[in-house]
Design a binder for this molecule. Sequence first.
Ligand code: ADP
Length: 254
Amino acid sequence: MLEIRDLRKTYPGQGGSEAALEGVSFSVGAGQFVSVIGPSGAGKSTLLRCITGQLTADSGRILLEGTDMAALRGRKKRRLQRKIGMIYQDFCLVGCSTAEANVLNACLPELDPLSVLLGHFPKEKRKRARELLATVGLAGKEQQRADSLSGGERQRVAVARALMQSGTLLLADEPVASLDPVRAEEVLALLRQLQRDQGLSVLMNSHNVDQALRYSDRILGLRQGRVVFDGPPDAVTETVLRDIYGGETAHEAE
Ligand code: ADP
């Protein structure tokens, strides 16, 4: 599904020895749930932003379903990028729009701008948006304004919006960090269920090791821009955590 080869990224002002990503390689299989853990500043967000195309890597390759994303331009590139949905810690919804309108926003790039301005979305898109809202447990809340929904509900709308694109790979940057523990578990369980039922691949950044271990098929440990661990959750020992977090365990670091 996704293959990352020798990815490097340096921000302006960073020297070579302190690059945000220093040759990161790994892959995410179709239908896998992979979590990236590591201390603050390890490069987790940079990695996801390079995959979505929000940032351009200095070098390395990002292959989605075998196609090198950097080799594509224009419409072909956008078509491939649309297979990647993203959810964020702060949901990134339009507060004054309804849940349904937020989900429909995912199709804006493929629709006629004038129709969109007039609020005219094709019937089948509206139907799909409502189906997805039902899938994430929000049937009956389609016309509710996003800013009147709870945090957990807002993140569900964001998940539905990500799936609306075409949803084969979901990138999640600290998706439950703003939620209370119960809501956090519910959203993670939803992602796990979508992964199992719909074959969705999930790549999630998490500062919560316990959650990452319980919900993932595989864990990537990132430290100072390098992958220092890549394996199943049950291989994540206290020693591995010390390698990733540099002496502090994740629980001590929180
Ligand atoms: P994480 O998500 O693991 O906390 P980041 O990807 O945000 O890590 O950051 C990795 C490194 O890149 C850090 O050293 C951080 O200070 C640096 N960095 C991140 N964003 C920027 C930026 N916009 N400009 C300069 N340096 C940045």
